[in-house]
Design a protein around this ligand. Sequence first.
Ligand code: PEP
Ligand code: MN
Length: 338
Amino acid sequence: MLVVMGKAATPQMVAVVCDEIRQMGLTAHPIPGMQRMAIGVTGNKSQVDSDRLLTLPGVEDIIQVTQPYKLVSREWHAEDTVVQVGGVAVGGRNFVVMAGPCSVESREQSFRVAEAVSEAGVKIFRGGAFKPRTSPYSFQGLGHQGLEILAEVRERFGLLVVTEAVDTETLDAVAEYADIVQIGARNMQNYSLLKKAGRCKKAVLLKRGLSATLEEFLMAAEYILAEGNQRVILCERGVRTFADHTRNTLDLSAVPYVKRTSHLPIITDPSHATGRKDKVIPLSRASIAVGADGLLIEVHHDPSRALSDGPQAITPADLRQLMQELRALSAVLEREMA
Ligand code: PEP
Ligand code: MN
């Protein structure tokens, strides 16, 4: 439920409404807007006695939020959320590319890719230090040493860093080093991890689960916002289908759906969605066209020697071409590229 305050409502009137909501055993979330203040109400198991609030001074209207998710819904927050990450804005008219290797493999490899990524005009470097691998015998990432390398990449190349937290044990360490904490597809419904990410002070990149519906995806984001972290960026990374020409199927239709039902920014990951480098550029073009707020792309200077996901890594030269194409498309689509 959303309590909409009148334009002339004073801060005292807002405080009285918040107090009343708390006295009803519920949680009040004041949401400042361009024109007026709104107060979101959560914690109710059944219909709230809205008359009790409607009669308070300054209250103009009460809106029932029809979706099962509240804080992430457009009904709750009509304007696009723009997530600020160290000088880069994700959401609104901005189109932001995050690129780098699947895994941080070594200092040399990370520096080499970071240099290329930065030269191509990318501001956010991706690279996994903790890797969720299908096989326990595959490279699992450099762990803490990988985080140290990412800190050096930030320092040396002036890049922001997005990296994955695979469990609650290592989330604090990841959050200390990362500018954006990634929650991977396999962990989209790891509720203790989501709650902990909701209490961390960093922006969160939440990837859609391999077989999650969009309602489940948005409910997962709700966990993070419900803990107080509003800086969430969603990521469509492909879902499992019967198709065998592609690793997963990039669900491009998720983008306009999510943009209509939620105020959060959504980017796509054509690398994990397709698993093949030749499909990354075409689906990146499609992503900006369909309204995505950015991309997460895997890049490697020597894909055949990559320790993970080599077949889907594009080269630095491919990335430069992609960035050029995206700049041309963004002009047509009225998007801003940093
Ligand atoms: C990744 O981005 O490195 C990754 C493992 O992706 P996903 O969780 O989408 O499989
Ligand atoms: Mn990968």
